[in-house]
Write a protein that binds this ligand. Structure first.
Ligand code: 0FV
Ligand code: MN
Ligand code: MN
Ligand code: MN
Ligand code: MN
Length: 584
């Protein structure tokens, strides 16, 4: 059982020792409240507590760890013992990353790339294939190396357009397409995106590639480009389709399966612990109107922080994520404006003495948050000697104020202009809120400058993140929100202001998101006030938004794509080979 700074149990379960909330808990949480309209009923979660606790988890961690160490050693021996051509090396690095093994070979990859840039001449390349050129460009930029878009010069004509003759090279086109997502602002390379996509589509229509390649191309064009994908979540697909036959590739594949199974087993344990916590809090049983989405929030957390060392972030993010989902539903759907004003004041004061002004359902929600956040700040203080409570409470209070502003617009039937809407929506997107919590959890050298940027939303990198995170949410959820009568939405504001159709507004937002991505890419290469490890999480957060909302609302509505990923990542382990079969 966790405790908070007051030494009280974080759980609100009535079987625990009396806490601040105990007298309130004796009453029916919904009793004194008449909603201003009938709240919609969200589908119940597809993943119940019974489901979570029935996950088998009978893999022995120790055995898997030993096997992984053994395989890693062998892969390293083989890789070091082979004199690889640049193309084979680049393909191997790409495979390692796509198989979800980057963190195991980080040191090896960095050394290999440093060696590569020291021997290769990237300015005057005329002999390399388009595939190799695009691959080296994408991998180097992703790893923070400066490499100019001029690397593609030999594939362009005198007018600077890509030559028509390269358009039949399927592999080259596919690699060029993936590389185009690493474009920086102002670079003409973005033209490669439209160029390669169009040609890949015609090549598919003409059936001028074999079935396997066609499937690969279809998968890429229909889904997210690799640069925007949560790579560890898609590792399962890559493992399933990986079919290279070199001896080190077989070992690598087996290692990827062992790693996947090992992570699955950790995720299952984490989820079971979270499920007990959430069951003890008991909020979903009391507040029937909210979305109860523990497993969906957890997979979202896995998308942001997949690495083994970030278990604590997954746990914290899942807890605050499920709490803000209820909070958001209170502001968007259930609360009256008067109640919401009082609620926001209580968050601003962070003072339990004021909770008696609130209806019971709000008391319950506030206390659950209050106990959880105080407990978190306590743990961080205990472990790291940093008092982050003032910053965490400010981020909760700012989030509530932004939610309140949206509720005011809605209740007063105001559609704000897009600029005004988006400035508020940066905060209600929750991206800054999540990053503030994350910063205190993962950063060694905390600086005032970063805290200031995070709590004041005044950094160029952060603004790009908030914009993409908000727009991907609105593109995915606005249909249902508009149906429910919610008007706080970028699409509604933009259509109202410009007179454009919904389809055109959506198209415009997609272009805007691409522009913001070009700005994000700059931070892969350039130093900034943010540590590089934090920038990686920031970019993963953006990717997670694309993942959840790529085919509509994968969170609130739980579409089949999210469900399938949840099942594959959390439930089904890979069948492992016996040792002799891999190593002969
Ligand atoms: C957004 O829902 C949503 F998924 C929330 C609040 C869960 C928290 C997400 C993370 C922790 C990443 P919805 O689309 O209703 O949000 P808006 O802001 O549009 O009401
Ligand atoms: Mn909402
Ligand atoms: Mn909302
Ligand atoms: Mn939404
Ligand atoms: Mn909204």
């Amino acid at each position: 059982m966790e405790s908070n700074v007051w030494g009280l149990p974080c759980s609100l379960s009535s079987t625990q020792a009396p806490s601040i909330s105990s007298t309130k808990l004796l009453r029916d949480a919904n009793k004194h409240h008449t909603p201003f309209r009938t709240p919609p009923t969200f589908n119940p979660t597809s993943f119940t507590h019974q489901f979570i606790h029935s996950l088998p988890n009978n893999l022995s961690r120790e055995t898997l760890q030993e096997r992984a160490a053994e395989l890693e050693e062998k892969v390293r021996l083989m890789m070091n013992g082979t004199d690889m051509k640049p193309l084979s090396l680049l393909e191997l690095i790409d495979d390692i990353e796509r198989l979800g093994l980057f963190f195991r070979f980080q040191d090896w990859i960095n050394k290999a790339l440093l060696r590569l840039v020291s021997i290769e001449n990237f300015k005057h390349r005329t002999t390399k294939s388009l595939h190799e050129t695009a691959l080296v460009f994408r991998i180097l930029r992703r790893h923070g190396f400066h490499v100019s878009q001029d690397i593609f010069m030999s594939f362009k004509d005198e007018e600077g357009k890509f030559k028509a003759e390269i358009s039949n090279d399927v592999e080259g086109m596919l690699s060029l397409y993936e590389a185009s997502y690493l474009t920086l602002e102002g670079e003409s390379l973005w033209e490669a995106n439209e160029f390669s996509r169009t040609h890949l589509m015609s090549l598919m229509e003409e059936r001028s590639m074999d079935a396997k390649m066609a499937e690969k191309v279809r998968h890429v064009l229909e889904g997210l480009p690799y640069h925007k994908s949560c790579c560890r979540l898609v590792a399962q697909h890559y493992i399933n389709t990986y079919d290279k036959a070199e001896p080190h590739n077989l070992l690598l594949l087996e290692l990827a399966k062992v790693e996947f199974n090992m992570e699955q087993s950790s995720y299952q344990n984490e989820l079971k612990e979270l499920s007990r916590w959430w069951w003890d809090i008991g909020l979903s049983g009391k507040l029937k109107f909210g979305r109860d989405r523990l497993v969906e929030i957890f997979i979202w957390a896995v998308a942001i922080y997949p690495e083994p060392q970030y278990a604590i972030c997954r746990k914290v993010m899942s807890k605050i994520g499920i709490l803000i989902t209820f909070l958001d539903d209170i502001y968007d759907i259930y609360g009256t404006l008067d109640e919401l004003e009082l609620f926001t004041n209580v968050f601003e004061s962070w003072n339990v003495n004021f909770i008696n002004t609130l209806p019971d359902y709000m008391v319950l929600c506030f206390l659950a948050i209050y106990n959880t956040v105080n407990g978190l700040a306590y743990d961080i203080f205990k472990e790291r000697g940093i008092n982050c409570l003032p910053y965490l409470t400010k981020s909760w209070s700012d989030l509530c104020k932004a939610y309140l502003q949206e509720a005011k617009w809605f209740h007063n039937k105001i559609i704000p202009p897009f600029d005004k809407f988006i400035e508020n929506a940066w905060i209600s997107s929750t991206a800054g809120f999540i990053l503030t919590h994350t910063y205190f959890l993962i950063t060694e050298d905390i600086t005032e400058q970063v805290i200031h940027s995070l709590t004041n939303n005044d950094h160029d990198l952060l603004r790009s993140v908030y914009t993409i995170f908000r727009l991907s949410n609105d593109l995915g959820t606005s249909k249902d929100e508009i149906e429910r009568g919610e008007t706080s939405n970028s699409i509604v504001s933009y259509m109202h202001e410009t007179g454009l159709t919904e389809e055109n507004a959506r198209q415009y937002f997609k272009t805007l998101m691409e522009k913001e991505w070009k700005n994000l890419n700059k931070y892969l290469i350039m130093d900034s006030i943010f540590p590089k490890s934090f920038v990686q999480v920031v970019i993963n957060l953006v990717r997670s938004g694309h993942f959840i909302y790529q085919h509509g609302d994968g969170f609130g509505r739980q579409n089949t794509i999210t469900k399938n990923i949840i099942m594959s990542v959390l439930m089904y382990p890979f069948q492992l080979m016996c040792h002799d079969d891999v190593e002969k």
